[in-house]
Each structure stands twice: as structure tokens, then as C-alpha cells.
Design a protein around this ligand. Sequence first.
Ligand SMILES: Nc1ncnc2c1ncn2[C@@H]1O[C@H](COP(=O)(O)OP(=O)(O)OP(=O)(O)O)[C@@H](O)[C@H]1O
Ligand SMILES: O=P(O)(O)OC[C@H]1O[C@H](OP(=O)(O)OP(=O)(O)O)[C@H](O)[C@@H]1O
Ligand SMILES: [Mg+2]
Length: 302
Amino acid sequence: MPEQPFGSDQPDRLRLAVQKKGRLADDTFDLLKKCGLTMSQSKNRLYARVEQLPIDILLVRDDDIPALVAGGASDLGIVGGNVFEEERAAGRLGDNVPMVVPLGFSKCRLCIALPKETIYSAPKDMAGMRIATSYPALTEAWLNENGVEGARTVVMNGAHEIAPRLGVADAVCDIVSTGGTLDANGLAVAETIYRSEALFIGGPLDGRKAEIAEALRLRIEGVQRSADAKYVMLNAPRDAVDAIAAVLPAADQPTILELAGQSDKVAVHTVCREEVVWEQLEKLRKLGASAILVLDIDKMLA
Ligand SMILES: Nc1ncnc2c1ncn2[C@@H]1O[C@H](COP(=O)(O)OP(=O)(O)OP(=O)(O)O)[C@@H](O)[C@H]1O
Ligand SMILES: O=P(O)(O)OC[C@H]1O[C@H](OP(=O)(O)OP(=O)(O)O)[C@H](O)[C@@H]1O
Ligand SMILES: [Mg+2]
């Protein structure tokens, strides 16, 4: 790529801050690829230029993304809700809290977990505990809301799950997805304090940047729409079409086509906007449907 001084040559290029590497980065780059965006990286690997739209991608630590966007250094960002809400709860975003669009990926829970042998029935049982976490603001807000007395957080930046065994904490508050890490460390979830997914944050913007942001948002929306959506084609007895349409999840009004040489059967085509599961296909078969095809949809615009 031609190496130009970043930010000075084209002031109208939109800046989008994303995680440089990690779990969220994997999902984010996957989304950008599905949006038809490819990028060339700068030599210093601190940013990348999108080739199809005037967007520069800032490659940063995910914890820095909310403040970069709130402070205006980046126009937009993609960050986990857990990190965004922690920064907000800690008061690090000031008054410029950006707008937020949920993206539906990188889903996880922020949970307080206790050693399996602990007897726990209600938040008051955490009274006086030391809770190892890198989410002190969210944890303390939850403790306050639930009237837990005398508990406090011990900030750790990773490997929280080991803290109880080291004797530096009685509980942990960390990200849980499958629960495998907790289980392997003899811990179990006591409370889920926040359900997280990736968020598209930033704006409102104006002028040329607002137009670019809208173009990006439309592409993301198109990818989200088609994520679970399927194109379903099947043959059905003419008198079972209504019953069959009722089984298809979040389906558009179906297109009914004549089948050559068959007066009692028609072809039914429709788009289902939610995942089509095997149980539904079995119901369709019982209603007389045959030659059922469920096809992926690559892109979808309203
Ligand atoms: N096990 C998981 N399952 C699903 N999502 C997760 C999981 N762990 C983390 N996430 C989500 O991905 C985000 C980034 O996690 P990751 O582990 O890559 O970041 P990190 O360790 O904070 O790295 P860095 O700060 O260096 O960018 C988390 O903030 C959370 O939103
Ligand atoms: O419930 P699970 O599916 O086991 O996932 C939870 C683990 O995933 C994350 O860590 P990660 O693997 O990202 O390691 P990190 O500490 O290096 O961020 C999180 O901090 C937990 O430790
Ligand atoms: Mg991690």
C-alpha cells in the first residue's frame, strides 16, 4: 500500500477502532470480511486501510476502544459490551457516551463464581468476600444494588480463576462462555451480573463521515439479517400450504408456483428470518412437504 501519513492526508476518512488480536478481533474481522471489506495493513501494524470505503481501522487493545471513541480519537468502534459497560460504570467515558448497536456475536456472560463447596443461596451470602476481577466497577455496582455488605474487589488482569486457590480472593467475577474454565478450577457460577455481546459504538456523526458510517452500518445490517436467514424451497399438497407456512419460522409471505403436470401439488418458496431447525423440517414432512431445500443466504437488504 502507498504509505501516507495517517490521518493527515484525507481528513474525511472514517476511523473505526477494533481489537488488534484476540477473540473479539477474530469475530470482528470475520464481520468486516462478510461486509465485503478487505484491508491493507500499515507497515507499523497500528492501523489498516479499508479498500472499498474510506475507512481506517485502528488496531488497539479492546479496553481502550470505548475511551478512544468517547474522546473522539476514533469515530466508531467495535467492542464487547462487558468492556464498554465497565468503562462507562467507572466514569471513564465522561458525558460523551456514544450510541450503541448490538452486533449479536462474541456473546458471553459476566459472572460471579464461587468455589464449588461454598454454600450459596442469595447475594447476602457474599458479605465480606474478596472478589478477584478485571471488572471492578460493574462488580461493585452489582454488590451495591444487591445490598451485599462488606464485600470488595481485588483487581486482577487475567487468570482470575486461580485467585481463590492462591488465597488472594474468595470469589471471582469474570467472563464465562462454556463454563469450562470455571469448572476446571473448581468454581461454579453463583450470579450472572451482565450478558454481553459485541457492540458497534460511536456517533452521532455529521457530514461525509455520517455518510460513510451509514454505508458501513447498512452492510453490517445486511450481514446480520442474513446470518440466520434461509431460503426454503419445498413441494407441498395445495391444501396444506397454509399449515406449512405456519410452521416456517419468521417467514415472508410465500411464493406459490405451479408444478408442471401436477394439479394437487405446488412449489412453495420463502425466506425464513430465523434459524430453521430439524424439528420444523420433520413437521413439514408430516404435513406432506417433499423435496425440501434449505439454502444459505449470502446477502440480504430490505
Ligand atoms: N470465552 C469467551 N467467549 C466468548 N466471548 C468472549 C470470551 N472471552 C472473551 N470474550 C469477549 O471477547 C472480548 C475480548 O476477549 P479477549 O480475551 O480477546 O481480550 P483480552 O484478553 O481483554 O485482550 P486485549 O485487552 O489484549 O485486547 C471480551 O471482552 C469479551 O467481550
Ligand atoms: O467459559 P469458558 O468458555 O471457559 O471461557 C471463559 C474464559 O475465556 C476468557 O479467557 P481467555 O480464554 O480469552 O483467556 P485470557 O485470560 O488470555 O483472555 C475468560 O477470561 C475466561 O477465562
Ligand atoms: Mg480474554
